[in-house]
Design a protein around this ligand. Structure first.
Ligand code: 13P
Ligand code: SF4
Length: 330
């Protein structure tokens, strides 16, 4: 899929989508969850915005009858795995992820057959079928805690993000085989462009998502999940920042820090398209959120056996991170 996008067509001219969403969410006892990479107008109407771990916890804990998940398909699947009794709808079933595409379940099953001693540690950006074949799920914010909890004597396959995997490998020194997947958005950032921008803005700290290649991460002052990047810019005294992640994160950062300036790390396609924009996340529009609420579709449906299998490694992650949070709070 191209990283350039055309404006989405509105097939319901004259409809006030915001008002419609307000009415329907109450009528249907629905909660709207949104990722930080969603368009500003979607973030602004969500009940909760977060990174993948925050959103998983929220999906598990909500008492709403319906979850409208504004993100990409695997995020809706996670909500359904954790809350099978709830109806989970997403604005667009085509909203996939290049990481998910890089790791088909049959190829992972083949790897497991050839390497029966390996523990499979899988990034949450993966299909429900791949999760069902995994031993542990991680997010960018939980990966180091999960690795610390995994038996030291076992070799690990880390799938499907080789850049996140390589960052985790460097941080932990663990023996890890990396699946050759990557995020098309984060892989696009240019080291040369970043160094040029750093020369112009020597005071500006760099915050990067660990889906970026090491050529970017090695110049970063902070590496972490979307939530941690937002926290970083909130708590640092500097007034200008260079950000290497999907551009819609700027919306919350600008809202919270009106006195600070955020610069996008340059992409390799500068001068052509260079969007730092996820084309999958960009498929969601206010109109589609309204339609999803109104028609209760497209709905995420997962066979119960598959759901139960995928729940095991996901629940392991939630249990490990909850124990870690309780430990830190004590
Ligand atoms: P986090 O929000 O968990 O950091 O994930 C980023 C991402 O790429 C989601 O697709
Ligand atoms: Fe997948 Fe990258 Fe888009 Fe996140 S930003 S959904 S990792 S393609």
């Amino acid at each position: 899929m191209s990283t350039c996008k055309l404006p989405a067509a509105n097939s319901h001219p004259g409809v006030d989508f915001r008002a419609g969403i307000e009415r329907l969410r109450k009528e249907k006892n629905a909660v709207i969850l949104a990722h930080y990479y969603q368009a500003a107008e979607i973030q602004d109407l969500a009940d909760f915005i977060g990174d993948s771990l925050d959103l998983s916890r929220k999906a598990a804990a909500t008492d709403a009858e319906m979850i409208v998940f504004c993100g990409v398909r695997f995020m809706g699947e996670v909500a359904k795995i954790l809350s099978p009794e709830k109806k989970v709808v997403i604005p667009d079933m085509e909203a996939g992820c290049s990481l998910e595409e890089a790791c088909p379940a049959d190829k992972l099953a083949q790897f497991k057959k050839e390497h029966p001693d390996h523990l499979v540690v899988t990034y949450i950006n993966s299909s429900v079928e791949v999760k069902a074949l995994s031993d542990y799920i991680v997010t960018s914010s939980s990966a180091l805690d999960i690795l610390a909890a995994i038996p030291q004597d076992r070799p690990i396959l880390f799938a499907p993000d080789r850049h996140l995997g390589s960052w985790v490998k460097r941080q932990t020194g663990r023996d890890m085989t990396l699946w050759p997947g990557s995020c098309i958005v984060h892989e696009d950032f240019s080291e040369e462009g970043l160094l040029e921008l750093k020369r112009k803005l020597p005071q500006a700290p760099v915050a990067a998502h660990p889906e970026c290649p090491f050529s970017i991460l090695r110049h970063a002052d902070h590496v972490g999940s979307t939530t941690s990047i937002i926290e970083f810019v909130r708590t640092r005294p500097e007034k200008e920042f260079i950000i290497a992640t999907e551009k819609h994160i700027f919306h919350q950062m600008a809202k919270e820090n009106p006195d600070k300036i955020f610069h996008a790390a340059p992409g390799a396609m500068d001068g052509d398209c260079k969007c730092a924009e996820c084309p999958f996340m960009a498929l969601n529009t206010l109109e589609k959120v309204w339609l999803a609420l109104r028609d209760e579709k497209p709905e995420i449906v997962i066979a119960e056996d598959l759901r139960k299998q995928a729940l095991k490694p996901l629940q392991r992650m939630l249990d490990i991170t909850a124990a870690k949070a309780a430990q830190s709070a004590a």
